[in-house]
Design a protein around this ligand. Structure first.
Ligand SMILES: Cc1cc2nc3c(=O)[nH]c(=O)nc-3n(C[C@H](O)[C@H](O)[C@H](O)COP(=O)(O)OP(=O)(O)OC[C@H]3O[C@@H](n4cnc5c(N)ncnc54)[C@H](O)[C@@H]3O)c2cc1C
Length: 484
């Protein structure tokens, strides 16, 4: 055995699941987990929900404590960024200067030759040019992002608060981007008492993810709770000096809309008014705080080996392999879904865990095959320490995601984005209970439930586990609903 490690890059949901699965499936060689954040792996969905609300402390988000990680015998390198990968040599370049590492061991810099690599670098929040230099403009992807925003929401919009104080709301928050993240943050900020404007280029919130009818149901809930919904593109910010002496970063005072902006759901042709009342000033949305929730960029900028396709995430085959000995999992991976027959990439929490496990399993199977093959012994010699290899298996999950906004829980199986047909049944408008079926090429491929009990929702999963003829799926959905 050469003692080469398997390296997992990205110490979050997918990376942790991969590391744990490698051990569970029998890898007893060295195992390196590399993450550029200084924190132990933590869970992201609560960032825009319980953490932002102030209901949960940051420690509650940890996926594992240091004690729980100990049995994995990890070479854990936090605060360390992977800056390059030589695919043919399976060699990573690492840079330890990206943050404060509580586990710094003075060996983060340099190169790391590996038996295999799993890439789980997720996505990063998209932002607007210059926004990072304006006080009061935030993104929401990391724990540090969420704590910074929560501090501002807790303290009526001014910096310096540590926790969420009851009744500390009341400032003007403009959320740019009316997708899932923007909607979740709007709900929390409204519940904390802030004045919230949600502006996006889609006329209906979350329409790209769930279609216009479900989106409109959510829009009704946001309006009923006092959120102002606008349609428009943002082209910049108005700022003022942070303090009268002009020191420090400038602070945001307003968001500038490119074309005025109309109340969501009203096209300009139907007489929608410009935000704030029209005219030059009408293009400004006054703001003490801004959240940019305008999507994400897959974490592939460090992968410059031409052997890899990094067009929209890291392109993988059906086994989650991007190249021999190199696998990917989670938000960063775009792989050939064997059931849906096309490359897909999901930013869903459950997919991160499931794909991390699948990538680990398939990498071990490949390494074991390499070790037993004619050219085996060098690159993959660590695989002899793994359990007898199973065959590699295509990764074929039934996608699942959820979102919580106020008391409304959305749960979806299959594919809801990119549908060419959506049929929505509103079961109770006031309670925002609904069921939607999503189709593509005459088959049903996704289903979404709003406000339905978990037992009923689980029964829907089987309907869209694989594309099903539309009519048959409708009948099965109706039967599942009737069964209560
Ligand atoms: C605020 C928020 C709310 C969400 N809510 C939901 C929800 O309700 N339901 C749902 O299904 N999903 C939700 N998601 C999505 C879900 O959290 C993600 O799908 C999941 O976290 C993806 O896990 P991952 O491990 O693939 O990537 P990530 O969690 O993005 O982790 C990737 C890690 O790799 C690190 N990294 C990146 N580049 C490098 C590098 N070069 N070297 C070293 N480390 C690197 C990153 O810093 C990061 O720590 C939410 C996401 C966010 C941000």
């Amino acid at each position: 055995m050469t003692g080469l490690p398997i390296a997992v890059v990205g110490a979050s949901a997918a990376g942790l699941a991969a590391a744990e699965a490698l051990r569970r499936f029998g890898w007893r060689g060295p195992l390196t987990l590399i993450g550029d954040e200084p924190h132990l792996p933590y869970d992201r969905p609560p960032l825009s929900k319980q953490l932002l609300q102030g209901a949960w402390a940051p420690e509650k988000l940890l996926l594992r404590t240091a004690d729980q990680l100990a049995p994995l015998d990890l070479d854990l390198r936090l605060g360390t960024r992977a800056t390059g990968l030589d695919v043919a040599g399976r060699t990573l370049t690492l840079d330890g200067d990206v943050g404060v590492s509580p586990l710094a061991q003075g060996r983060e810099r340099g190169t790391l030759r590996c038996a295999g690599v799993i890439i789980a670098t997720g996505v990063a929040a998209r932002t607007l040019p210059g926004a990072d230099r304006i006080a009061g403009v935030h993104t929401l992807r990391t724990l540090d992002d969420a704590l910074a925003l929560r501090g501002r929401l807790a303290n009526g919009g001014t910096p310096g608060s540590e926790g969420v104080a009851a009744g500390g709301g009341g400032r003007r928050l403009v959320i740019v981007g009316n997708g899932v993240l923007g909607c979740e943050a709007a709900a929390v900020a409204r519940e904390l008492g802030h004045e919230v404007t949600l502006v996006g280029i889609e006329a209906t919130p979350m329409a790209a993810a769930v279609g216009t009818e479900v989106g409109e149901l959510l829009a009704e809930e946001h309006r009923a709770r006092g959120v102002r919904l606008l349609t428009g593109a943002v082209d910049g910010f108005e700022t003022a000096p942070a303090d009268p002496a002009g020191g420090g970063d400038r602070r945001v005072t307003a968001v500038r809309l490119a074309h005025g902006g109309t109340p969501a759901g009203e096209g300009r042709a139907s007489g929608g008014v410009a935000a704030g009342g029209g005219g030059a000033e009408g293009r400004l949305l006054p703001a003490d705080l801004v959240l940019l929730a305008i999507g994400s960029r897959p974490g592939v900028d460090w992968l410059d080996d031409p052997a890899l396709d990094t067009g929209d995430g890291l392109r993988c085959d059906a086994y989650c392999a991007a190249a021999p000995g190199v696998y990917a999992a989670g938000d960063v991976a775009r792989w050939d879904h064997p059931v849906h027959g096309r490359p897909l990439r999901f930013e869903h929490r459950m997919n991160a865990t499931e794909q991390g496990m699948a990538a680990a399993r398939n990498l071990l199977a490949e390494l074991a095959a390499e070790a037993s093959g004619p050219a085996g012994a060098t690159a993959a010699a660590g695989a002899e320490a793994a359990a007898p290899a199973p065959e590699r298996r295509p990764f074929a999950p039934v996608p699942y995601f959820w979102s919580d906004q106020y008391a409304v829980k959305l749960q979806a199986y299959g594919l809801t984005a990119g549908a060419d047909r959506v049929e929505t049944t509103v079961l109770d408008r006031a309670a925002r209970r609904a069921l939607a079926l999503y189709g593509r090429d005459r088959s049903a491929v996704g289903v979404l439930a709003a406000g339905l009990p978990p037992r009923q929702v689980r029964a829907l999963r089987a309907v869209v586990a694989a594309p099903l003829p539309w009519e048959e799926a409708r009948e099965r959905i109706a039967a599942a609903l009737a069964a209560g």
